[in-house]
Design a binder for this molecule. Structure first.
Ligand code: HEM
Length: 539
């Protein structure tokens, strides 16, 4: 590993990554900030002197500002004195998965705490406490406040996006409601995007998977977010890939700096203005033209694009109407939650598939049978139970990281078992160990692609085990009020992509049968950066 990167990963990242929650705008997809991204975002723009200076500064800050609360009634896996908890926070960075697993095994059904650089993080385990986390009102356990805090939103993104998230109901309602109507667009775009990024060839071709999939996901999602041809513009595609990484990188740096310095550091670190400027160059002409048409022909003029940008323009209140920058910001925010979550999930899934090409046949058969009966549409996707199951098993097995459902206590909070968490603390649910718990899943460490399809054949369980369903034992999309509102869109997009992959390509790995290891950084599982071999299907 390059020394600059090692320095960064071991010295700078500790606080930051553990604290970034488990989706992208739940945002700030932690899993987005892969080693490559970190390297690109920080290391390239710095030099080793700056990094050494930063890491020394972190040490100094840590001594001057040790974590304020030790939550005395909550068991800790590491010593709680300021010096030793610092070492614990390093262990948390380097080996979070094992630390959370150890806590889960030792305190199953209860809460425990783990040290981060400048704070403690309470982890709850088991369905009962997860249910209490889900049911707690926002005034007590706040999702938004957790994101604002962890992402230093005031300085990285502008906290207005979280304080007034007027675009999110459109994801929950319009986007989900329109999935059937929009499926032909999704399918058309994903086929074009695959053909451009992974042209089907007669011989095996090595494809750097995550890079290709980020482009494909960005382009396909943006067909529905802003329409064609902007969705295909390489600069727009790249802007939306980079934006998440840059915002998360800024949050990482701010997280190792005491709060009183944030207003100063934030000025240098924020990329919002620059990114909105770049977005405006693409969207301003589109927005202006749509407003012109609305004025000329009425708000529901014939041929009006049915996409996220139009829905945003429809609900934008008078004050905001015409404010191109505000609209661009909301589109960027939506991309922030969508691109890396979906592309990381799909990358993990395709590595599994390429390692086990014998699973392609049954899925190919399913797609062809269903499409023959139904044609290519959303109903057909719903009938593809094997595809749904395979993607859900991949989310269970790998997922985005070790934690989910992060909340900040806005008031003192007491769980039913007496666990007391004072105001101002972070609480998350232990996801990865629960998804690998033999009391919850049979043979949990075996990747069984048809696990959930089999469970769905039990009477009354047809819906419970579909990809988009959440419950207190399956929390990849969170659970409850803040469960990912984009999951219905994501499921359609990913199933559409998987159906295309299995019917178009053969896949294998360079080292056949061996799934390339993902990287864990703190609580984030980052897909392997390696290749998958693709060729045009032969049978
Ligand atoms: C496989 C893909 C995805 C995964 C695994 C995922 C996961 C998550 C998770 C874990 C949360 C937090 C839930 C909680 O804390 O209870 C979340 C929230 C959210 N996600 Fe996703 N997500 C995905 C795709 C998307 C997409 C495609 C969009 C947008 C179209 C999106 C938009 C959001 C938004 C806006 C929130 C915040 C919800 C709120 O404020 O209540 N996500 N997601």
């Amino acid at each position: 590993m390059n020394i600059t990167r090692r320095l960064f990963l071991t010295r700078l990242a500790p606080k930051s990554l553990p604290s970034i929650p488990s989706c992208a705008f739940s945002y700030s997809n932690p899993a987005d900030v892969g080693p490559e991204a970190i390297h690109r975002g920080v290391c390239k723009s710095s030099n080793s002197f700056v990094l050494k200076l930063c890491s020394s500064t972190v040490f100094v800050f840590r001594w001057l500002f040790p974590p304020k609360s030790s939550l005395p009634n909550i068991p800790s896996l590491t010593p709680t004195t300021p010096v030793l908890s610092f070492l614990g926070s390093i262990r948390n960075l380097l080996n979070n998965r094992d630390l959370i697993l150890e806590g889960y095994q030792k305190y199953k059904g209860q809460a425990f705490k783990i040290p981060e650089l400048f704070r403690w993080h309470v982890i709850v385990t088991g369905p009962k406490l997860i249910e209490e986390l889900r049911k707690a009102p926002d005034e007590k356990l706040s999702f938004d406040a957790a994101v604002i805090e962890q992402m230093s939103m005031d300085w990285t993104f502008g906290s207005e996006v979280m304080r007034n998230p007027w675009h999110i109901p459109l994801i929950r309602s319009n986007l989900t409601r329109n999935l059937g109507v929009l499926f032909p667009d999704i399918r058309e775009e994903l086929i074009m995007a695959f053909n451009d990024s992974i042209p089907p060839t007669d011989e095996w071709t090595a494809v750097p998977l995550i890079q290709a999939l980020r482009t494909i996901v960005s382009r396909t999602s943006n067909r529905i977010f802003v329409g064609a041809p902007v969705c295909r513009n390489p600069d727009w595609v790249q802007l939306n890939i980079d934006f998440t990484v840059q915002v998360a990188t800024a949050a990482i740096i701010l997280n190792v700096i005491p709060k009183f310095l944030h207003p100063i550091a934030g000025r240098f670190l924020t990329v919002v203005k620059k990114s909105v400027d770049r977005g405006v160059r693409h969207l301003e002409p589109v927005i202006k033209e749509r407003y012109r048409m609305m004025e000329q022909l009425g708000p529901e003029y014939e041929g009006k694009p049915n996409d996220f940008l139009s829905w945003l323009m429809d609900v934008a209140d008078e004050g905001k109407k015409g404010d191109v920058r505000e609209l661009v910001l909301r589109v960027l925010a939506t991309n922030f939650g969508a691109i890396h979550t979906s592309s990381n999930s799909f990358t993990n899934a395709l590595f599994r598939l390429a390692a086990n090409p014998e699973w392609i046949g049954p899925m190919r058969e399913e797609v062809e049978r269903v499409v023959q009966e139904e044609g290519w549409n959303k109903n057909a996707l719903q009938k593809m139970l094997k595809l749904d199951s395979f993607l859900k098993e991949s989310q269970r097995f790998d997922g985005l990281g070790s934690l989910s459902m992060t909340r900040l206590t806005l008031q003192d909070f007491t769980f039913s078992d007496g666990t007391f968490v004072p105001k101002g603390e972070l609480i998350s649910a232990a996801m990865h160990p629960m998804h690998h718990d033999s009391d919850v899943y049979t043979d949990p460490d075996i990747f069984n692609p048809w696990r959930f399809a089999d469970l769905r054949s039990n009477e009354g369980e047809e819906l419970k085990h579909q990809l988009v369903s959440t419950n207190s034992e399956y929390i990849t999309f969170g659970h409850g009020r803040h469960a990912c509102p984009g999951r219905f869109f994501a499921a359609n997009e990913l199933k559409g992509m998987l159906a295309h992959v299995v019917t178009t390509y053969d896949l294998k790995l360079e080292k056949e049968g061996i799934v390339p290891e993902p990287t864990w950084i703190a609580n984030a599982l980052l897909p392997n950066q390696g290749n998958v071999l693709f060729r045009k299907r032969r049978v």
